[in-house]
Design a protein around this ligand. Sequence first.
Ligand SMILES: *Cc1c(COP(=O)(O)O)cnc(C)c1O
Length: 232
Amino acid sequence: MTTRREELAANLAGVHERIDRAATDSGRAASGINLVVVTKYFPASDVDLLADLGVRHIGENKDQEASSKVADLTRRGDLTVHFIGQLQSNKVAHVASYADVVQSVDRAKIVTALDRAAERGGRHLDVLLQVALDGSGGRGGVAPEDAPALADLVATSASLRLRGVMAVAPLEGDPRAAFARLRKVADGIRAGHLDATWISAGMSGDLEDAVLEGATHLRVGSAILGSRPSLG
Ligand SMILES: *Cc1c(COP(=O)(O)O)cnc(C)c1O
């Protein structure tokens, strides 16, 4: 019988193989690509197993689930917690209390609230701007043309560190072309903010495209943990 640990280990190895191959194909070092394992819907026990297996970054997208799970971890000290879900301004203060990285910052109101909460808690947060790649902003995110001004606002916030950009590929169309657009936005922001070197892009289905377009952080859930309960 296969244990959960063995299952996670095998899936993780498969994803690392995909990353290594994509890195080779794009002439990049795999060491420059960080795997954020998205653990939403899966229990803290899985996260602890992943930490045992060498995972150092986890991603969560719902405040309530994330905060109780993080509190239950025995391996919290080994993990960097990334918040990757849509942010509502009334939840921001809570997210600032346990997340290390907030990847989904997409408007000025959120920047101000996050900075105030982080400062009050004596914490510093790494921040990525979520960029909308589908034109409509249906999956969240700042419009590419508005990203530079938002970047400036994060960069001048006392308790936030601007690290780069994040995006989800649109449901329709070629993910690689979308990630190429993200890379342009990232380049524009980095011209004015030298530390903003992170590009978070790519999930279970399109991580190769993201690596080809310069992603430094991949957010992979189902390819490692298995399929999530259907949301209908
Ligand atoms: C759930 C989620 C992922 C992971 O998706 P998979 O297809 O399961 O790899 C990545 N990014 C965000 C923002 C998510 O919400």
